[in-house]
Each structure stands twice: as C-alpha cells, then as structure tokens.
Ligand binder design. Structure first.
Ligand code: AMP
Ligand code: MG
Length: 366
C-alpha cells in the first residue's frame, strides 16, 4: 500500500489532574481523531489492554483499511468497541441479551471482557464479523478510548494496532514501529495497563465459554457465573477439525523474529539448569541467545540478552511487560530465545496462551 501521513497526537497527564495546557491538547487530539474516524480513516488509540487500531464499524471502506494496514487475514473477525451499553441496541439481534449477559456487563464493563453476541443484520460492515453471525463487543476501560468513542459517535472496530503476527503494542512507539505511514492517526496516551488483550467469551445454553483468555480471569468469571469453562477449541489439535469460534486462535501471533520455545517444569532449579545448558549449546553453534524470565530468576542466567519480564510474585506485571519484552529480542537481533513458563492461573492463563502462540506451540517439559 502507498504510504500516507500518520497524524500523531500526544496526550499527557491524567484526566482528573490535567494542567490547562494538557487539557487543551487532549481536547484537540480527541476532536481531530474522532473526525478522522468519522471520515472513514483508521486511528490507533490506547485502551486498558493494548493499543487498538480503530475504524468506523459501520463502514466497509473504513474497516477494509484496518485489514490492509495490519495485513490481517480477512477471516479473523474484529472486536467492536462502544462507549455505553445503549449502543448495544443497534448492534445485536433483539432479545439476544440474557440475564447472564447483564450480570457480566455489570461486573466487567467497562473492562477487558469481549462478549460474543448474535449480530443485528445489516448493523455493521460484514468485514467486521468475517462472515460470522456473531459480533464480539466490549466497552474499554480507558479515559482516552472512551472519550474518542463518545465523540466519534459510531461503533468502532478495533483489533490490536500491530502488524499481523507481531507482538501487540503496549506503547505508542510499538504502533509507530509497525504502522507509521499505513494508518490515519495515532493518539499516544502512554503505556497501556493490563498488557494483554481482552478475554473473549460466549454464552451457550447458559454456560460461559472462554474462547480466548485475557485481562478478565477464569476465576473472576467463575465468581459471577460458576458455569464458566475454557472452550476446547482453544486446543491446537482441535483447530484443524472444526471451524474455530474465535478464528484468531488459529494464527501464529505475537512472535519475535528469532526462534522461540518455552520450557516448563515443576522443579525450578531443574528448569533453570536445563535452559542454561540449552542456551550454552546454542551459543556454541554461533547463535545470538536470549532468555525471557522473571525478576526472581534473571540473575541466574547468562545469555546475550536476559529479560526479566515482571515478577512471579505479581503476575500482572508479567502481562504488562510481555509484548515489550518480545519486541526487545528483535531490537537486539536475537535469533535463539527460550522463555520460562509461568503458572497457568489468574492472568497466567492469558500469558501462557500468548507465549504459546508466540512460540508456535513449541513447549518443552523438563
Ligand atoms: P484482536 O482484536 O486482534 O485481539 O483479535 C480479536 C479476537 O477476538 C480474535 O481472536 C477473534 O477471533 C476474536 N473474535 C472477534 N469477533 C469474534 C466473534 N464474533 N466470534 C468469536 N471470536 C471473535
Ligand atoms: Mg491482535
């Protein structure tokens, strides 16, 4: 595609403590960005999960630009972002909302929960749903995202604002790296909060199926709806047999350019020793080496690039730093990377889901 000029706005400070100058800059950024969206252009903006690349969900011309800019396969549907529940009325099939849906919205909206619902025919561009009869919707929990959605006044389709296949952006600089010259604008609101994408769910016969783990955890969902479980189609082996309900699951995602695999084991010392031996062997083969580990273990390793990605004692910090860490290996030109697994509970489930995809599901148990 031909290069376009990407307009960049910096919004600093936080909404309730803006200086006068910051408030004016924020007003201007939001007004101009909203106008771009109304003009069927693409705009990247911060959400509480990762940066999203937004476009008017009702316009195929606009949504088409998202797929083009990202190089995203057209069979991978987009999540629609709205500013308030009132907007649901025009988007989802009448009578499709149940008391369970309302319980979830009450508990988790605004927030990192995407609810898959039957789409109201003709309400949004068919490109958004990639031919499915359902649409994934959420209200993001970020002041800039919410203001932008309100001012734009339309439902906004927004996948993560990265080139397809690369780690999702948690900083505006990541968006620039991937999409400068390919999108209409970028609102820089600093680092995102959660660091991994939303949890995608669907209610089927009163059971809650997690189609993609994310910012809202299994445990949090079970506290609202005990009938929550992880849908089997997340398992790679099943993907070939049935059409996945969250088609994004079948693609390699989030991957650094070097070879990445994950090592998992009960015995910490054994895992560390195994990884170091494997890294030493790679070094002997002349490869540049990297280790993705946690603050607690980083001093135990030697490699060209050892990254402490958050702390095991605070797994939310691992999620926050995961994608920036994966990008760092590329910046350092690392060709051989081993990642330590983290426990698969709480946010750890989403972290391991993304790591596995980044590693093309190469997992070694020791
Ligand atoms: P992204 O916004 O790039 O994080 O990707 C959106 C994710 O939501 C992908 O995994 C999609 O497959 C999933 N998704 C979006 N819409 C639907 C839908 N209607 N049904 C199931 N999954 C969906
Ligand atoms: Mg994505």
């Amino acid at each position: 595609m031909e290069d376009i000029v990407t307009i960049y706005w910096k919004v600093s400070g936080s909404e309730n403590s803006y200086t006068e100058q910051e408030a004016t800059a924020a007003d201007l950024a939001i007004a101009e960005a909203a106008k771009l969206l109304q003009n069927e252009e693409t705009v990247a903006f911060p959400t509480e999960t990762v940066y999203g690349l937004g476009a008017d969900a009702t316009s195929s011309a606009a949504v088409g630009r998202i797929f083009l800019a990202k190089g995203r396969p057209s069979d991978n549907p987009l999540i629609v972002h709205i500013a308030s529940r009132e907007q649901l009325a025009g988007l989802v099939a009448p009578q499709s909302l149940t008391s369970e849906h309302y319980q979830l919205m009450e508990a988790f909206w605004p927030g990192s929960l995407t609810i898959v619902l039957p789409v109201a025919l003709g309400s949004i561009s068919p490109l958004v749903t990639a031919g499915l009869s359902t649409v994934g919707i959420r209200i993001p929990d970020h002041p800039i995202a919410l203001r932008l959605l309100r001012e734009a006044g339309c439902p906004v389709a927004a996948p993560s604002a990265n080139s397809s296949g690369r780690p999702s952006p948690t900083l505006a600089s990541h968006v620039m790296e991937d999409l400068d010259g390919r999108i209409g604008g970028l609102v820089d609101g600093g680092a995102t909060g959660v660091g991994v994408e939303s949890t995608v769910i669907q209610i089927v016969e009163s059971e809650l199926h997690i189609l993609r783990p994310g910012g809202v955890t299994l445990e949090q969902l079970q506290s609202v709806l005990p009938s929550t479980y992880i849908h089997e189609s997340q398992q790679q082996s099943l993907l070939e047999k049935e059409a996945p309900r969250a088609p994004g699951m079948k693609y390699t995602h989030y991957a650094p350019q070097g070879h990445l695999h994950i090592v998992q084991g009960e015995d910490e010392e054994k895992v560390i020793a195994w990884i170091q031996r494997d890294i030493d062997a790679a070094k002997l083969r002349g490869m540049s080496t990297g280790i993705l580990t946690f603050e607690e273990h980083s001093s135990k390793y030697q490699a060209d690039c050892v990254i402490a990605c958050g702390s095991l004692s605070q797994p939310e910090t691992i999620a926050q730093e995961l994608y920036a860490s994966l990008r760092r290996f590329d910046e350092e030109g690392i060709r051989y990377i081993i990642a330590e697994a983290c426990p698969e509970k709480g946010i750890g489930l989403a972290i391991m889901n993304r790591l596995l995809k980044a590693a093309g599901h190469r997992l070694i148990r020791v």
